[in-house]
Design a protein around this ligand. Structure first.
Ligand SMILES: Cc1cc2nc3c(=O)[nH]c(=O)nc-3n(C[C@H](O)[C@H](O)[C@H](O)COP(=O)(O)OP(=O)(O)OC[C@H]3O[C@@H](n4cnc5c(N)ncnc54)[C@H](O)[C@@H]3O)c2cc1C
Length: 464
């Protein structure tokens, strides 16, 4: 017996999108699971700041684990999304070419897409591109259309995975970073600030700390995380009318490049940059890069010169010294790693979880009983193009007027089985304070509504 209760089958380290998907898959398959997260809430690392595109894998390395996980993750998301009320925005994507050399690369990108099984990808000439997107700069030359690239809500999806895992018995421990670990030849003994824990196996999904967690567990790491920052600019909702399709650049070997896309919440987004940095915790935004992104957006869609900016943010990709995912295991030690999931993890998470669970199951002689019909439940819709809570009577008033967040939505989030641990978690669950005023008007009300209910309060207590 430990501070956390009985011995568990698997401890999952990190509650990013990969850890949440992992907790769901292992729980559905009947394993007993504890998730250790050092932050006060899920999605506090790379998973809080991405472009929210569900990728088809058209440009992923053929035959790679990444491609396989992206495609199985995409398919599983589409199978389960209705039962969780998870939205999609069916935009399609265009890889646009703006000069001779980029235009010359489109046929090879089409060949790769077809090789990767993305059979509906096709080339568009300039007139077709402009007919589809009349607001584009007229210097566009041609494009590769990938119809099934879509936009999702990057936060409600992993929240649904985590909530289903929790409903199946998984335990989430927040503010519980792994401090040390010992393998006794049979079991793992893991120490956290909240106590110790014994487990048959450990799943490393610690994102930007994946290599240091592997070192803590095994004494050395097979890979090295090289954080790659991505900054974004969010344009006001009025700007979204200028573009329907996700606009991708012709990719380079290092990055997918700067994307211009709608968000599911009704804004238009430009980013990310791709900047190597040593620092692992602080994805700061910087003025020259934000100016560059705005200039790029205006170059692609000139009408954006008049658009207002609502917000800026940055995320840190858990990239490594090699391009591919760092998925490996030591079955004899009950160690499994899903590391280096740098830029496609939102799409691939369900597939990665399936893949790692498969490796885990192969290494075991006995297992728990699979849940044939795991419980599902609808999450509140936050997508702008679908009905929102404020449109239904009895919503207890509007708290955030920019994003039309109701008192009922705030209360539902705070009272849910997996409530937010901090203000960021509440914002991601409801969109409060995410609009034009960024909380200037509603922060005091939110501080009062959440008083005593977040592990990190909105208004920190001041010592007398
Ligand atoms: C700029 C940008 C744009 C992107 N765009 C897209 C996109 O459009 N589509 C797409 O599919 N993907 C996209 N991605 C990729 C996707 O967001 C990542 O692949 C994914 O978030 C990685 O998830 P993760 O769970 O591996 O890591 P994380 O989300 O970083 O989760 C790791 C967790 O581990 C915790 N942790 C660390 N150390 C410890 C410890 N010692 N003990 C306990 N917990 C610990 C951290 O607090 C963190 O919560 C993008 C990423 C970025 C940064």
């Amino acid at each position: 017996m430990t501070a956390f209760g009985d011995l568990v089958d698997a401890v999952i380290i990190g509650a990013g999108v990969v850890g949440c998907a992992m907790a769901r898959r292992f729980s559905v398959e009947g394993a007993s699971v504890v998730v250790l997260e050092r932050a006060p809430d899920i999605l506090s690392g790379a998973s809080k700041a991405n472009s929210a595109i569900l990728h088809t894998g058209f440009d992923a390395p053929p035959g790679s684990v990444e491609l396989q996980c992206m495609q199985s993750g995409y398919d599983e998301y589409m199978q389960i999304r209705e039962s969780f009320n998870l939205p999609i925005l069916e935009t399609g994507a265009m890889v646009a070419a703006w000069d001779d050399s980029e235009e010359g690369r489109l046929p090879e990108l089409l060949d790769q897409a077809l090789l990767n099984g993305v059979a509906d990808a096709r080339l568009l000439g300039r007139a077709e591109v402009l007919a589809r997107e009349p607001a584009l700069g007229t210097h566009v030359r041609a494009a590769l259309l990938v119809p099934r690239e879509i936009i999702i809500d990057p936060w409600s999806a992993p929240l649904a995975y985590a909530m289903q895992a929790k409903a199946l018995g998984a335990r989430f421990q927040f503010n519980a970073g792994l401090l040390s670990a010992r393998f006794d030849g049979d079991l793992w003994h893991l120490e956290t600030p909240s106590g110790t824990l014994a487990a048959r196996s450990v799943i490393n999904s610690a994102g930007i700390q994946g290599d240091s967690v592997e070192r803590m567990l095994l004494g050395e790491a097979q890979f090295e995380i090289r954080p790659r920052k991505g900054q974004f600019v969010v344009f006001d909702k009025a700007a979204a009318k200028h573009l329907r399709t996700i606009l991708l650049p012709v990719p380079t070997a290092r990055t997918k490049g700067v994307v211009l896309t709608r968000t599911i919440f009704g804004n238009l987004l430009v980013g990310p940059t791709a900047e190597e940095q040593e620092e692992r915790e602080r994805p700061d935004v910087t003025r020259p890069e934000l100016d560059m992104l705005i200039a790029k957006a205006v170059e692609l869609v000139p009408a954006l010169a008049q658009a207002q900016v609502t917000a800026v943010y940055a995320g840190l990709r858990p990239a490594s010294e090699e391009k591919h995912y760092r998925v490996h295991c030591l079955p004899e030690k009950g160690y499994f790693c899903a590391g280096g999931i740098r830029s496609t993890g939102l799409t691939a998470a369900l597939g990665i979880a399936r893949h790692v669970h498969g490796l885990w199951a192969q290494s075991r002689t006995a297992g728990g009983e699979r849940f044939a019909a795991p419980p599902t439940f609808p999450l509140p819709n936050l997508a702008e193009h679908l009905p929102r809570d404020w449109q239904t009577p009895g919503h207890d008033g509007i708290v955030c007027h920019c994003e039309m967040v109701t008192g009922r939505e705030i209360e539902a989030a705070l009272g849910s089985p997996l409530p937010p641990g901090d203000f960021g978690g509440l914002r991601r669950r409801t969109r409060c304070a995410m609009g034009r005023c960024q909380g200037f008007n509603c922060l005091a009300r939110l501080a009062s509504l959440t008083e005593g209910r977040l592990s990190v309060p909105i208004a920190p207590e001041v010592d007398p």
